[in-house]
Ligand binder design. Structure first.
Ligand code: MCN
Ligand code: FES
Ligand code: FES
Length: 909
């Protein structure tokens, strides 16, 4: 142990610590300064940044023995408080720069250090600084963060006041489409928004720490599990295996009726087989994390290794054994049958193209690793706190497996540092439950970044083959599709994501005749989880690149070819229903001048530039809002002495559920004179909030927004007097009227028949048209996106800051998907950098968003969703732009330099 006196946030503190422990651990666990976050733990993400003796340091890799005695350390807590915000914190709020907020303290600490030295930086200097300080954000696309620093500098220089920047709502006015700041912003910028690991430090002393014994191979039979040595290790309370699970030990994957599996493939703790790397075989429960970790190493698992099928084609090979004995590896099939048979039509068409496309296993890479805890409450209910974005679904999916009645399982969402969809599937909930049931004690489990990356679900790769035909007038007449979805070993939502092939290959265009076949394949690579866009980024990549290729073959400009074919009145989607609104022709009209200018600029530069070539490409971005068919959400609103309390389970990844709920509730309640400040929110706790469904499929703004609107309308109806005015709380109580009102909304939709893909799945869609401008280094093959311009139609905008943030963040994830992100190699793709996460200097600072707000008939106040549209097909625009720049067409993502270089070499031969 060492003793040091450190001046922390201006106060001298005496610290006794292990010399090898990290400064992060000491700040968080010994001093409870939990504003400093632990993300990667490896110096890659900057979430743990603090200022030490005037310099920004990554506290996770700063050992206590290297911290000088009497060092002055400033953490986020020392920068400003809720009552006295530093200009950077304030600017962060008004620019919507904290989405999930997990990266926020680290960024603000770095920004403060920069502005202390230079209160007039350029945008490029800010970007360089964040790159140098290793700050990584997965939510925002970085532009709002740079905006915030520039604004803070203006405040510091006295050019603008906080007062001038703060959004003010005229009394009783609408809040829709404004820059109002989300309720959670202040806590996020001050480091007081407590995430799962922060709450974990507040648990009672008898809490048991869990560490997992995980598989190190991808496919094997388990012969034996020996826990005896581990049980005798210091501090160990219990070592649990499948034998200790009280229920069926299976997660219910909610399989479709036509799924050949029963949906019960995924064990909570593996019993007979290992299905993928990282599978949980045993859990050690101990008094400290270190004791649990040391004991986990002593569990001996004897296995018989089996051939591992690491892709759909490998698992579909004739000699492949069944991964789940009794269920074929191809366990779900679906199709598209729209209009006439396509083969005879194709024969007569002047222009027909056929190609293969691949979109891979994109990793989600939230900066907060998975974390949660569980305990029994005073009523004997099991309460699980996690990053779940599907509270009621997850309770249903685990109840039988853990052996508790559904009503006894209550899930609460912790403040969450991003999920991007991986938490649509349960991860650690069932493990926590098994441990709490076995011991009756509070239990806590956190993943490190390696576990987060290697053992949470990933985007399901699609292997796609498309054939598209157009006539001599440039009209697309027929489409044939074939796709195999690699969903890893566990089936949950694999059937659903596969049906997205029917719904989104060719979406946006009038294509009257489509035939397609899709299938879901079990493999031994990472299990498939929802990822922003859920099947549309795969499907649209194939059709948006093919449309470009067909246009090139016909000698038509890709924009004009699209303009010629996009939905007009009377046309139908690939699922055979009318689009919610007709918006694409107008959106293409809007982008056209930008596109022409970009093409001209590229042409001009290419005349003289040899080492670099420039190009522009476009794509349509489309996704539907909702789970297919008559999707439902619930909410409630209660009149109280102080105002109105609104409750729902609109889970918040970081996208802004609080702002959506508040705005929609206020928009409804303002008729009765209720102010924004009168509204209190209770969100995401199954003990109090109803089943609003998951925050996936960009459904919440429409579904839960409508349910919230209906609940508030029902409350107003209850408050209404005959003369049209509203009763006060006291009047309601005096008259004995109910104070709490439920609201429910069901989409008037029909789920498509999986065999034909035909139906009307979504109440609203989101649309975008994206222009990407790129440069390609002809010597290295490296592509860089210089500029993006996006025309967006997400209906009426509920909150502008939120929507801007959603779109910027989604587009930047699209740059990653196009160029760098992958999870394929289990040795290489195990860190944020290894997986290709875009850092600030990897992405452009030049993104223009242009809105067209077409009201949606079924959306609350005309709004659609926003979250997934920007990641539906930006990668296609980038790939099309790369082709425009250098003539290389990448059909297999990501477009890494070596692939582009190989394409260039081929062209030169
Ligand atoms: N919104 C709005 N006006 C509109 C449409 C939407 O202000 N016309 C707002 C909504 O109020 C909400 C946000 O935009 O705050 C996204 O709304 P919606 O598209 O309905 O999506 P959900 O609320 O259901 O959120 C889920 C969606 C999905 S599926 C993923 S994945 C995702 C995403 O949103 N993951 C995210 N955005 C994310 N953002 C962050 N920061 N982190 C994630 O993990
Ligand atoms: Fe320290 Fe990522 S750099 S947690
Ligand atoms: Fe930056 Fe979420 S706000 S990681």
């Amino acid at each position: 142990m060492l003793k040091k006196i450190l001046k922390i946030n201006g106060v001298n503190r005496t610290i006794v610590a292990d010399p090898e422990s990290s400064l992060t651990d000491v700040l968080r666990k010994q001093l409870f300064l939990t504003g400093t976050k632990l993300g990667c733990g490896k110096g890659e993400c900057g979430a743990c940044n603090v200022i030490m003796n005037g310099k920004v340091v990554k506290s996770c890799i700063t050992r206590m023995k290297r911290v000088p005695d009497e060092a002055e350390i400033i953490t986020i807590e020392g920068i400003g408080t809720q009552d006295d915000l530093h200009p950077v914190q304030f600017a962060w709020m008004v620019h919507g720069a904290a989405q999930c907020g997990f990266c926020t303290p680290g960024f603000i600490v770095s920004a403060k250090a920069l502005l202390d030295e230079n209160n007039n930086p350029t945008r490029e200097e800010v970007r360089q600084w964040f790159q140098k300080c290793s700050n990584v954000c997965r939510c925002t696309g970085y532009i709002p963060l740079v905006d915030a620093v520039m604004e803070a500098a203006r405040i510091i220089r006295g050019e603008v006041t906080k007062e001038q920047l703060w959004f003010k709502l005229p009394e009783g006015a609408s809040l829709l489409g404004t820059d109002a700041v989300r309720p959670s912003a202040c806590a996020k910028v001050t480091g007081t928004w407590d995430f799962g690991a922060d709450l974990g430090l507040t648990l009672p002393e008898d809490t048991l720490h869990i560490k997992l014994v995980q598989a190190t191979v991808s496919h094997a039979n388990i012969i034996s599990i020996n826990t005896s040595e581990a049980e005798n290790m210091p501090g160990v309370y219990r070592v649990l295996t499948y034998k200790d699970v009280k229920g069926t030990n299976r997660i219910n994957g909610l399989a479709f009726p036509s799924n050949k599996g029963d949906g019960l493939e995924r064990p909570i703790l593996n019993d007979k087989k290992i299905f993928q790397f990282g599978d949980a075989i045993a859990m050690v429960l101990a008094d400290t994390p270190t004791n649990a970790e040391n004991a986990a190493k002593k569990v001996v698992v004897e296995i018989e290794e089996l051939p591992a099928y690491m892709s759909a084609p490998a698992a579909m090979a004739e000699d492949a054994i069944q991964i789940h004995p009794g269920t074929p590896n191809v366990y779900f099939e679906c199709g598209t049958v729209k209009g006439e048979e396509t083969a005879p039509i194709m024969e007569k068409l002047s222009y027909v193209l056929e190609e293969d496309y691949y979109v891979g296993r994109q990793p989600h890479l939230p900066i907060e690793p998975d974390v949660g805890f569980a305990y029994f409450n005073e009523e004997g209910k099991l309460v699980i706190h996690s990053k779940s974005i599907a509270l009621h679904f997850h309770a249903l999916m685990i109840a039988d497996g853990i052996g508790l009645p559904l009503d006894d399982v209550k899930i609460v969402q912790n403040p969450t540092g991003g999920t991007f969809g991986y938490k649509f599937s349960p991860t650690i909930e069932a493990l926590l439950a098994v441990a709490a049931i076995d011991t009756g004690r509070p239990v806590y489990l956190e993943f490190n970044m390696f576990q987060q990356i290697t053992y949470t679900g990933k985007r399901s790769p699609f292997f796609m083959h498309l054939k598209m035909g157009a006539d001599e007038n440039g009209k697309i007449k027929a489409l044939e599709t074939d796709w195999s979805c690699d969903h890893g070993p566990y089936c949950e939502f694999g059937d659903l994501v596969t049906t997205r092939g029917s719904q989104f290959m060719g979406a946006g265009y009038k294509i009257d005749n489509i035939r397609g076949n899709g299938r879901t394949v079990a493999t031994n690579h990472a299990w498939g989880a929802a990822f922003r866009g859920f099947g549309s980024p795969q499907s649209l990549f194939s059709s948006e690149v093919m449309v470009d290729e067909l246009a090139a073959k016909m000698g038509i400009d890709p924009l004009e070819f699209r303009y010629n074919n996009v939905y007009r009145e009377g046309d139908t989607t690939p699922t055979g229903c009318a689009p919610d609104v007709i918006v694409l022709p107008q959106m293409l009209d809007t982008i056209r001048p930008y596109y022409k200018k970009a093409k001209e600029a590229a042409k001009e530069k290419n005349k003289t530039s040899v080492d670099k070539k420039y190009g522009a490409g476009i794509s349509l971005l489309i996704y539907g809002c909702g789970l297919d068919g008559p999707d439902t959400s619930e909410a409630w609103a209660e009149l109280t002495k102080d105002g109105v309390t609104v409750g729902n389970s609109w889970e918040d990844h970081g996208q802004g559920a609080d702002m959506g709920t508040l705005t929609i509730a206020y928009e409804t309640l303002r008729k009765a004179g209720i102010k924004v400040s009168d509204i209190k929110l209770i969100l995401n706790d199954m003990n109090f909030t109803p089943n609003s469904g998951p925050a996936g499929g960009s459904r919440s703004n429409v579904l839960t927004g409508n349910a919230t609107r209906v609940a508030c309308e029902n409350l107003l109806e209850g408050m209404k007097k005959q003369d049209g005015t509203y009763r006060t709380y006291d009047e309601m109580v005096a008259e004995g009227n109910p104070l709490k009102y439920d609201g429910k909304w069901t989409a008037p939709c029909t789920a498509p028949d999986p065999a034909t893909g035909q139906g009307n799945p979504f109440p609203t869609y989101m649309y975008g048209v994206l222009l990407a401008e790129v440069e390609v280094d002809m010597n290295t093959g490296k592509a860089y996106v210089d500029k993006l311009t996006c025309v967006c139609d997400v209906g009426v905008i509920v909150n502008k800051l939120v929507v801007d943030g959603q779109i910027l963040g989604g587009l930047v994830q699209g740059i990653g998907l196009a160029l760098t992100e992958d999870f394929e190699d289990l040795k290489k793709h195990t860190t944020l950098t290894g997986c290709g996460i875009p850092k600030i200097k990897d992405v452009t600072d030049d993104i223009t968003l242009l809105y067209q707000e077409t009201p949606r008939p079924l959306g609350p106040y005309g709004a659609s969703g926003a979250g997934e549209m920007p990641l539906s097909a930006p990668h296609a625009a980038i790939i099309n732009a790369i082709y425009d720049a250098c003539g290389v067409r990448i059909r297999h993502l990501p477009a890494r330099p070596e692939k582009i270089l190989a394409g260039l070499n081929k062209l030169n031969k």
